[in-house]
Design a protein around this ligand. Structure first.
Ligand code: NAD
Length: 484
């Protein structure tokens, strides 16, 4: 059983409740998870609050940095355990988790340890009427107990992207992993204990959202700040919870990201990049592409090339080296994705490839499999072009002018990311500036320097994470004015 991790110890739920975790690959029962009661959430928040003023609160920045490097090294040492846990929970190919999820999970601790060590402080000399003057300087103080609410698509990576900077800044955390992916957050408790992170600094409570651990944690009055990654509708609920007590909130939410392919692009690179952005991680990437706009002269050629690429992706089990694409996270999510597949057809889409559930071998038939799917021919206002599906699918539409494609790309409630493919440098800069998105890639996708600002415009987010931007959220700046 996967247990809650409270005050440095693993514990079953106070009322003994558990819930199931099933494999996305074949729906077999993987394990049961302790479902935190309200008393467990309260105990986790109490432990986190007490730890703020204990040994952890007395550590110097250098000592914290040293410990976070040790956390990263211990994740590396237990790499195979983390890999197995992440792959079991998500069903994603081992090749992806080995290259992206687990290394980034470790790197997030080092990146923010470096950031806090190197962040400059403000200093101002000021004149005073007596001629002696005064000096002002700022110091960074932790915000306090941070609630960390996470999704299931990159569980360890996205959780440590918040826990890393929160701890680097001297806060304590209570993590609520997704109910779909509890295992790596639980395992991280062992790492914290192994390297001597004091009790109560890192806590994990398992459960769901409403009337469960998610709600109890985010409405808890002793939580000082809330950081969330997940769906926009959930983010809105969390923002309301944060309003009580006027607590800071950081929201990384959904997207309906566009890729724009100009006729002057490097065609093979554009195909390779958009194929990846639409289908990697079975399309369950917040930054992924679900809308592709292609300049008319190369439209037909592009559709055919992307179709071939999608059809070459082999659906398979995580351990198979040939697997290009795994199942989606759960039966529930599969049903949601397939409902969009039906809606696309009802709305008159041309199904270029896929469009339904694949025929799998007998032992995988109960898994959450869906076909990689490409559509053309839908109106820009149709549900499938407007709503985030979060599956292995995309719609491709032609365009004629730069102005037209900017308008189409921006015609969405979301604003997380966009990518554009062109060899015209001036156009690359011009279109990047015009797109309403927090992150724009030119001739690439998913290329990330962890010091850069990460986050969404419009309904995709509030605030920015990454490098010094995370430090702004996880610290309170205090000005000290000293009269000389
Ligand atoms: P979700 O919103 O359903 O759940 C996210 C987390 O919130 C889970 O831990 C869930 O239990 C919890 N939760 C749900 N209701 C809650 C409530 N009322 N109060 C408190 N907690 C609650 O999202 P998901 O399905 O896990 O993840 C997929 C979504 O995440 C997609 O929309 C995707 O675009 C988004 N996402 C965004 C980013 C980003 O950086 N912008 C990154 C990854 C995923």
């Amino acid at each position: 059983m996967i247990k809650n991790f409270i005050n440095g110890a693993y514990a079953a739920a106070a009322d003994g409740r558990t819930f199931e975790k099933r494999s996305p690959v074949d729906n077999r029962l993987l394990t049961r998870i302790a479902e935190a009661s309200e008393a467990d959430v309260n105990a986790a928040v109490d432990a986190a609050r007490a730890a703020l003023t204990g040994q952890w609160g007395r550590f110097t920045v250098d000592e914290r940095v040293h410990m976070l490097y040790a956390v990263a090294d211990e994740i590396d040492r237990r790499f195979d355990d983390f890999l197995a846990a992440e792959v079991a929970d998500t069903g994603k190919p081992v090749s992806i988790a080995r290259r992206i999820d687990i290394p980034r999970g470790a790197a997030n601790f080092k990146v923010f340890a470096d950031a806090i060590k190197n962040v400059p402080t403000e200093f101002f000399e000021m004149a005073t009427p007596d001629g002696l003057g005064a000096i002002n300087y700022t110091i960074r103080r932790p915000v306090g107990v941070v609630a960390v609410v996470c999704p299931w698509n990159f569980p360890l990576l996205l959780m440590t992207w918040k826990v890393g900077p929160a701890l680097a800044c001297g806060n304590t955390v209570v993590v609520k992993p997704s109910e779909e992916t509890p295992q790596t957050a639980a395992l991280l408790g062992e790492v914290m204990n192994a390297v001597g992170i004091p009790k109560g600094v890192y806590n994990v409570v398992h459960g769901f959202g409403p009337n469960s651990a998610g709600e109890w944690l985010t409405t808890h009055p002793d939580v000082s700040a809330i950081t969330f990654t997940g769906e926009t509708r959930t983010g809105e609920t969390i923002m309301k919870a944060a309003a009580v007590g006027a607590r800071p909130v950081s929201l990384e939410m959904g997207g309906k990201n566009a890729a724009i392919v100009f006729a002057d692009c490097d065609f093979d690179a554009a195909i390779e990049g958009t194929l990846l952005s639409a289908f990697v991680n079975t399309g369950q990437v917040c930054l992924g592409t679900e809308r592709i706009y292609v300049e008319r002269p190369i439209f037909d050629k592009f559709v055919q090339a992307l179709k071939r690429g999608a059809e070459d992706l082999k659906l398979g089990v995580p351990e198979d080296i040939a697997t290009g694409i795994g199942p989606v996270i759960s039966q529930e999510h599969r049903n949601k994705v397939l409902s969009y597949y039906r809606k696309a057809v009802e709305d008159g889409a041309t199904v270029v490839t896929g469009g339904g559930a694949p025929e799998m071998v007998a032992e995988l038939r109960e898994g959450a499999w869906v076909q990689p799917t490409i559509w053309t021919g839908l109106s820009e206002k149709s549900t499938v072009v407007q709503e985030e599906i979060f599956g292995p699918c995309c719609h491709i539409a032609p365009f004629d002018t730069e102005e037209e494609v900017i308008r189409m790309a921006n015609d969405t409630a979301y604003g997380l990311s966009a990518s554009l493919w062109t060899t015209n440098l001036r156009r690359g800069h011009r279109v990047s500036a015009a797109l309403e998105a927090g992150i724009v890639w030119v001739n690439s996708w998913f290329l990330r320097d962890l010091r850069t600002a990460f986050g969404g415009a419009k309904q995709s987010g509030i605030g920015r994470e990454g490098g010094v931007h995370s430090l702004e959220f996880y610290t309170e700046l205090k000005n000290v004015c000293v009269k000389l």
